[in-house]
Design a protein around this ligand. Structure first.
Ligand code: NAP
Ligand code: MG
Length: 497
């Protein structure tokens, strides 16, 4: 059994930027501490205009001389797969970095974050030499090729809730398509992406092709957003910052902008749900996973009145299974929130729920306060109305809101009455009805009789203010490629023959 506390005590972290294959110290830095107990982890580069210029020039040069895009696709494939293998070879180290940096339980950092990030790199690596271009059905005297070309220099800005995974969702398809990438991790979780950049070089990705610039969103994030030599900006984060991201493109060079934003996903459990136990476990498990800091968390739980009491009774029995505990203990399922600010924000929402008349049935308070870290109990509200603040705004913490319904059409109407449209779910044993509901729900993904199933093969993204474009699957290539038509006049067909 790994002694995670000993490993944490010995952990040495390098917070310098990664530009053109090298570590670079920025002029300024900031202190980064761990949300699990408040300990100082180190100093992190506060990148600014100078580092942005170095990184954009390195990325542009690497793109122009085709040191990466010009490699045979089978070779790019091998390198990306090696990158994935190196991540797995460093699984314990990467998992520990993630847990120390943003507070999630070590069991999930290993089993979910490192594994899924490596799988994503491998999958797009594999795709590199398996995706074909097109020939259009044009007249006989011509040949029209429709090919995909890398868009150029891609800047990716990612959040702190799944730092390694969000990084790989951006960089894997962007690199597989032949782009150069500049990644800006969240100031709250910069370390795993920096370590990944070192592993990328070790795998054989040429210098300049993957650069990582830590720092503040309003500084380096904005500089990259406004940069005239960045061709594409892929963003995952809040809807509020997402709106600024579009304005950066409008104010600068109309760079391609792709956003994966917030959510307030509805989970509709009908009275004819085929497996109530499964529905209860899934409703809690998906909500409290990652301390509720998931964009697709099913935070609005709609339950039909005739099964509501049975559902709630079982849910309240199960909530204690999600008790917060030490993230470095392999048995722990709920860890720390990312920082004090996030904890205060979540506790503020809980207060708002009580003030608006929702009934607090479980949790509601801070936990483990003597640890020096930032923890909130798994929380469940009953008697929530869809117009309450806790049902309208993304809380990004372990707070589940139960809304009782009498009429399924009304439940669907309320589910859609949200500025967000990331995910949704319906539970019904009547598959025709479930399918009708799934069609009516305005969300990028609708789960039927489950919430947790997921795979790199399917697109991920939202309707409405949950963003545009899709991560994962072959559709992600749309974001990182331009479509080119090459029309050749080839003259009349050969006669005879
Ligand atoms: P955030 O505050 O929007 O920040 C996201 C990233 O943008 C961070 O790297 C941040 O840097 C940077 N940023 C902040 N202000 C910026 C600015 N003015 N210009 C350019 N960049 C700026 O979001 P967060 O709090 O980190 O993450 C939580 C949000 O992400 C939630 O809303 C969640 O739903 C969303 N999310 C969505 C998905 C999805 O796929 N739809 C997946 C995961 C998370 P700093 O860290 O320095 O502020
Ligand atoms: Mg932020």
């Amino acid at each position: 059994m790994t002694d995670w506390h000993a490993k944490a005590a010995a952990l040495q972290l390098d917070g310098r930027a990664f530009i053109n294959g090298e570590r670079i110290a920025a002029e300024q830095s900031f202190d980064k501490s761990s949300p699990i107990d408040g300990r100082l982890l180190g100093q992190v580069a506060r990148c600014d205009a100078r580092e942005a210029e170095l990184a954009v020039q390195a990325a542009r040069q690497a793109f122009n001389d085709r040191r990466w895009a010009g490699l045979p696709p089978a070779q790019r494939k091998r390198i990306l797969i090696k990158f994935a293998d190196l991540m797995l070879a460093h699984k314990e180290e990467l998992a520990l970095i993630e847990t120390m940096d943003m507070g999630k339980p070590i069991r999930y950092s290993q089993a979910v974050d490192v594994n899924s990030a490596a799988n994503c790199l491998r999958w797009y690596g594999e795709a590199t030499d398996k995706v074909y271009d097109e020939i259009a059905p044009t007249p006989d005297n011509s040949l029209a090729l429709i090919t995909r070309e890398p868009v150029g220099v891609v800047a990716a800005i990612v959040p702190w809730n799944y730092p390694m995974l969000m990084t790989s969702w951006k960089i894997a398809p962007a690199l597989a398509a032949g782009n150069s990438v500049i990644l800006k991790p969240s100031e709250k979780s910069p370390y795993s992406a920096l370590r990944m950049a070192e592993l990328a070089i070790e795998a054989g990705i040429p210098p300049g092709v993957l650069n990582v610039l830590p720092g503040y969103g309003h500084e380096i994030g904005q500089i990259l957003g406004l940069h005239m030599d960045v061709d594409c900006l892929a963003f995952t984060g809040s809807t509020c910052v997402g709106k600024q991201i579009f304005s950066y493109a409008a104010q600068s060079n109309l760079k391609r902008v792709w956003t994966e934003l917030g959510g307030k996903s509805a989970n509709i459990v009908c009275a004819d749900c085929p497996d109530l136990e499964q529905a209860v476990q899934s409703a809690l498990g998906s909500m409290y996973f990652n301390q509720g800091e998931s964009c697709n968390a099913p935070s609005r739980l709609f339950v039909e009145r005739s099964i509501k009491d049975a559902f709630l009774a079982r849910a309240l029995e199960l909530v204690p299974q999600y008790q917060v505990s030490d993230p470095l203990d392999e048995a722990t399922v709920m860890g720390a929130l990312v920082d004090a600010q996030q904890m205060r924000s979540v506790l503020g929402y809980i207060e708002a729920g009580r003030a608006e008349g929702a009934q607090l049935l479980a949790g509601g308070g801070q936990a483990r306060s003597d640890s020096g870290g930032f923890y909130v109990e798994p929380t469940l509200f009953d008697g929530v109305r869809n117009d309450m603040k806790i049902a309208r705004e993304e809380i990004f913490g372990p707070v589940l809101s139960l809304i009782t319904f009498d009429d399924v059409a009304d439940a669907v109407r309320q589910a859609n009455d949200s500025s967000y449209g990331l995910q949704a779910a319906v539970w019904s044993g009547n598959l025709a009805k479930a399918h009708q509901i799934a069609r009516a729900l305005r969300a990028g993904t609708v789960h039927v009789n489950q919430y947790d199933d997921d795979d790199i093969t399917v697109p991920f993204g939202g309707y409405k203010q949950s963003g545009n474009g899709r991560d994962k699957s072959l559709h992600a290539f749309d974001k990182y490629t331009e479509l080119k038509t090459t029309w050749l006049h080839i003259g009349a067909a050969l006669q005879g023959g």
